[in-house]
Design a protein around this ligand. Sequence first.
Ligand code: IVH
Length: 682
Amino acid sequence: MSDMFDMSEADAANRLMRLAKEIAKHNRLYHTQDAPEISDADYDALVRENNALEAQFPHLIRADSPNKLVGAAPAGHLTKITHAKPMLSLDNAFADEDVVDFVGRVRRFLNLADDAEVVLTAEPKIDGLSCSLRYEGGTLVMAATRGDGQVGEDVTANVRTIADIPQQIAGNIPDVFEVRGEVYMSKSDFDAINARAEAEGTKLFANPRNAAAGSLRQKDAKITAARPLRFLAHGWGEATSLPGETQFDVIKTIESWGLPVDPRFVRLNATSQVLAHYRSIEALRADLPFDIDGVVYKVDRLDWQARLGFVAKAPRWAIAHKFPAERAETTLESIDIQVGRTGKLTPVGRLKPVTVGGVVVSNVTLHNRDEIARLGVRPGDRVVVQRAGDVIPQIVETLTRDAERDAWAFPDHCPECGSEAVAEEGEVDVRCTGGLICPAQRVERLKHFVSRAALDIEGLGERTIVEFFGLGWLHSPADIFRLRQRRAEIVGREGWQDKSVDNLLAAIETKRAPDPARLVFALGIRHVGAVTAKDLLKAFGTVERVREVATGDGAMEELTQVDGVGPVVAEALVEFFHEAHNQEVWNDLLSEVTPPAFVANVRESVVSGKTVVFTGSLETMSRDEAKAQAESLGAKTAGSVSAKTDLLVAGPGAGSKLKKAQELGIEVIDEAAWAQIVANAG
Ligand code: IVH
């Protein structure tokens, strides 16, 4: 950041544009997808860089400046709710001086003497997600997530399943009172949930915060009910009257109404007390039952809060004093290179295992060639590893600085197939040029082909792909559809029985007429994600037409006319379909599968986005017809009942699937009720 002061205006504008995009992306990953890719500390560093640049070049502040937004827009599937009062965010303090500055700013704003007493409340900053609970006449009538601060998501039904949150509050309650606080998951509940997910082979959550967010933002409140969520109140929104004149008194009153408040919520009157309190909470941190990432201070007097008001997204009367990320020293034992689906070489650091903030870390991502050069790290070096209470740990510093040894040379050949590995101009990533000759790329592409967002072939997981690939049974996706010729060979292998092989082959057969957009996505063309694939099908109707356009004259013009397709995507498509071996793979695949034309409008219904299982005999239709109906309503169908099942349609003679669904608390309906859902669909 030091060279920022030498920056030209053009560079600053460019950097601000990149920061806006980068920060927006991480906001989306964190708030909407519950899948952060960088640590909080790194996120904060981006925000600080942005703010420093904005301060230096105020005329360059962008319309989409990260400071004008709170969090990210709500995810699509829940009903949106406009908050009666916006749900704000907090500014951060990192060093003690930042807290002193904060108090100084408060004094100046209020025109107080330099030594005037400013009483603050202090409480842990809980690493959860904020939620607004609206009580009318003492009855809980609505609950919403923060969303982008203005518009959140309706999670009323989900919140009703949280035991900490009373449906009724008694006492002298204002007509309307919105309690605001944090929904979170305790560390021990998080560990238990992930242990279960691991045993069941389902997706693990990255951290308790993501587990809480993923659990709360469910369309089906039954799933939320099965997750151990907790709540702590730390504020309020709309209120027809306030039961006190200070932050402390109002929060204590909310507590007396039966809402949980953290026992470490205190009122302090001198900056020295505040800082001592911060140290004591920091010392307690590891032993607290839930993750916290700092201490929040708020000006206690509400009349002062009202005068101080807000700037952009955060109040002037509150600040979050963040804890530093947790760090530890260890040795980098080796650097391995992983080759991904698109040939990208990703360096992974193998560490002498070390405990960082209570978690044993033995691998770190080193991102790319530039990152290794930046750190100047080599195998054998002592390094500092940082874990910021979440996501992937990383190396932040190399301690060994002997000039004796050479820098580690990033490979210029693919470690898997020996092909040349190069970085395209202007790109940091080094890629293997072996394409489909490279076994690593081939196996990764096959894994992608069968993955959940692509063809989603039940029972054909990554392990099986690797196993069959190793046996030489799978070269390209079409081979998956020829596995039935190997039935006897598969049954002969350890871990496979007649039944499991039949289930697998049956699951493969169900994909002979795959969704065309999923099929295009499954090809793993660079830059063509699930949404782009859908855009292409929406525009061109069939997979064959997509290929025709991409190989025809004027491909670039025609492709870039599609909403959502820019030159980078168009070029990737043209390149893909021109490549001779891709053409072979494609033709071979189309000799096995017959994707139907794209159906633009899947009808909206109560089962859209859900997973439905049919069992027992159906009287008015075939099983296939029922499944097709479900799919036309935007639902997924599966052959067996699992924790992922949302609805079981059971006809007469239903047996084990029905029993399992009942055990898992999954909704079960009969054929007539199913017909009703189909009839009611929009
Ligand atoms: S007060 C207007 N207090 O941190 C003030 N927030 O980084 C709004 N958070 O959106 C927030 N613990 O989700 C407050 N004790 C606490 C908190 C807390 C966690 C979260 C909250 C907020 C975010 C801002």
